[in-house]
Write a new protein. Structure first.
Length: 326
């Protein structure tokens, strides 16, 4: 039977002379004793939202309390992230984040927080690559044809993304910089809105998550030109990589969990252990493979180091591609 330390019990412990640190340890040991919010600072239906719901289901099962998804999109993920930064560091509000956050450290200078100063690493989740998809009306069948058309019509081809600083935006800007073409970024509030714009022909192209775009490729509503990993993707093996035409090109999205900085270490460690135990399950790996993703099990220290390194990686991307957010 799981032991739950109630507030009344804690009061009795305190009355009996137990110190504040000891009471805090008892509270940490009892965590979670009520539902936990996972703030997703992106729209519903995208990679982060899907991953967050999978994580929530797994943690609900292993930790015995509901983990509830709360989508707070807007301002390039800043709005939802700030909710977590300002939340009590008691373990009941955590953040689903991505390389949008590490890119924003360079791109968005007026953020009300600093990622590695105000949030704590908890656990990495997974990594996946994208598909470069176009509307059939664009009239191109390969990356080489797209580049040729963009060079013949500078500034006339737009691409959609789920917003400034997102991996799909960075993928497009790095592609622009490495190929020397002029394409215009059209940001949306979510990847679902951007995808709808592409399959309707409103915007002719985008970099998107493979599993969510794949049904539209099969249905002929969009055409896949290439994937963005170092090797061909097992979900779309018939497509070449962008790097086969643009040597050295690679783009991905990774996801993880962070929390308010002062969240107690025992709670951070419990969350990290629960996530890694879930990632180690064969059925989790199989499910992620079907979504074009690979698990990224890491310790808290490893994820912290990964985040700090990726802040620098994204800074280099932003500077190389001369990306600006208006």
């Amino acid at each position: 039977m799981t032991s739950v330390i109630t507030r009344r019990g804690l009061g009795l412990l305190a009355a009996g002379g137990l110190t504040a640190p000891a009471i805090a340890l008892a509270q940490d040991a009892a965590w979670p004793s009520r539902p936990v919010r996972i703030i997703v600072p992106f729209g519903a239906g995208g990679s982060a939202d899907i991953a967050a719901r999978n994580v929530a289901e797994a943690l609900t099962g292993s930790l015995g309390q509901p983990f509830v998804i709360e989508n707070r999109p807007g301002a390039g993920a800043v709005i939802g992230t700030d909710v977590v930064v300002k939340a009590p560091p008691d373990g009941y509000t955590i953040l689903m984040m991505s390389n949008t956050h590490t890119a924003n450290e360079t791109l968005i200078t007026n953020r009300p927080y600093v990622l590695m100063r105000d949030l704590a690493a908890v656990a990495a989740v997974n990594v996946a690559h994208h598909v470069l998809a176009v509307h059939p009306s664009l009239g191109v069948n390969s990356v080489a044809e797209l580049i040729a058309k963009a060079k013949a019509q500078p500034g006339k081809i737009d691409y959609a993304s789920s917003g400034p600083g997102t991996p799909y935006h960075i993928a497009g800007e790095v592609f622009r910089a490495m190929t020397g073409i002029e394409i215009q970024h059209i940001p949306f509030r979510s990847s679902g809105e951007a995808r709808t714009a592409v399959i309707s022909g409103t915007v002719p192209m985008m970099f998107d998550a493979i599993p969510t775009m794949e049904p539209h490729l099969q249905g002929g509503r969009a055409k896949g030109l290439a994937t963005t990993g170092p090797q061909r993707d097992p979900l779309l093996p018939e497509l070449p990589t962008v790097a086969e035409t643009v040597p050295g090109y690679e783009a991905s999205i990774w996801l993880g969990l962070m929390a308010p900085l002062a969240m107690p270490k025992p709670i951070v460690d419990k969350l990290n252990g629960a996530v890694n135990a879930w990632l180690a399950r064969p059925q989790t790996r199989e499910a992620m493979a079907k979504q074009g993703a690979q698990p990224m099990p890491m310790s808290v220290a490893e994820f912290d180091a990964f985040l700090r390194k990726d802040v620098e990686t994204q800074r280099n991307y932003v500077r190389m591609a001369k990306i600006e957010v208006n």
